[in-house]
Design a protein around this ligand. Structure first.
Ligand code: NAD
Length: 294
């Protein structure tokens, strides 16, 4: 590392709390090293209270870009100069670009593009498809918006009647008025509607917290009849790599089951491209992060 860093090295930051567990510094620094790019990526423990000063710090120090995670993804928007159409629709930002270090900050969201690219890498094209999407929190909203922007025929959101449901109603309104996708939201408690929707869909996406700790022993699909060989089942959870849902879908004959590792990788790759203009060497990074390669 010390051989790489110099007086010319450009800094990319990550602002969130808690953040020390994040894989992003490893992902980006390895990609910079692999491509010989003179950048470094560092994580900073930043909450809402420090956010205004931290964003001013990006401008003052000429930091070239930043990733943003909880609790700052929505709170950062008022401090930025511009946001992308997708970030505006989602109402959240996970990537900030300070073009040429001149202090004009543009916010983007790459969670949705990352998810759609993860599907594409598995040979799944979402264009023209009917998709059932469980979950309308941060991940679900970013995915719903990107499905709309990328031309899904229908996005049918299911969520329990909690705060995320209200958020889903807003997302549905935006998708219906600003994209060609037909969007709906239904209470997840309506089991018949949920099953009927999946039966009419080619892709089922679970973007809920179900499947990861402390809900690792749960799956929203428990009826084997819901699973078909041609139903693509995508769970955005990446730890565990095989959720109860994915195991169940595989056991009952779904040919394509996809976990959240690809979404995590490609949201990073999309941010990397925005920061540097270069493609992240994803095969190298995938091997390093997921297979323990050197
Ligand atoms: P969030 O808190 O914003 O949203 C949680 C969602 O789960 C809401 O829609 C909520 O209604 C739903 N939910 C919670 N408990 C439920 C239950 N018992 N039954 C049904 N639905 C329930 O969280 P988020 O940031 O959107 O994260 C959601 C999931 O996505 C998490 O498992 C997280 O690990 C995963 N995620 C993955 C990636 C990736 O890159 N692969 C990125 C972000 C989030």
């Amino acid at each position: 590392m010390s051989e790489r860093l110099s007086g010319h090295t450009l800094l990319i930051s990550l602002m969130a709390t808690p953040i020390r567990h994040s894989l992003s510094p490893k992902m980006h620094n390895e990609a910079f090293a692999k491509l010989g790019l003179d950048y470094a990526y560092l994580a900073f423990e930043v909450g809402n209270e420090e956010l205004a000063d931290a964003v001013q710090g990006i401008r003052a120090l000429g930091i070239r870009g930043s990733n943003v995670s909880m609790p700052n993804k929505q709170a950062i928007i008022p401090y930025l100069d511009e946001i992308s159409p997708a970030a505006e629709l989602v109402g959240a930002v996970n990537t900030v670009v300070n073009k040429d270090g001149k202090g004009h900050l543009i916010g983007h969201i790459t969670d949705g593009t990352g998810a759609v690219r993860a599907l594409a890498e598995e040979g799944v094209d979402i264009k023209g498809q009917i998709i059932t999407l469980a979950g309308a929190g941060g991940a679900g909203t970013a995915i719903a918006v990107q499905l709309g922007l990328d031309g899904a025929k229908e996005v049918r959101i299911f969520n329990p009647k909690d705060a995320a449901y209200t958020n889903a109603e807003k997302t549905v309104e935006k998708l219906n008025s600003r994209t060609h996708t037909k969007a709906t939201v239904t209470d997840l408690a309506d089991d018949e509607a949920f099953k009927k929707s999946i039966a009419e869909s080619s892709i089922y996406i679970d973007a809920t917290a179900v499947g990861m700790k402390p809900l690792e022993n749960l799956s929203l699909i428990v009826d084997p009849e819901v699973i078909r060989p041609d139903l693509v089942v995508f769970d955005v959870v990446y730890s565990p790599a095989e959720t109860k849902l994915l195991k169940f879908a595989k056991e009952h004959g779904a040919k394509k089951v996809i976990n959240g590792l690809g979404m995590m990788l490609y949201q990073g790759a999309e941010a990397f491209k925005l920061f540097t203009g270069e493609e992240m060497p994803v095969e190298h990074i995938k091997d390093l992060l997921f297979n323990g390669g050197k």
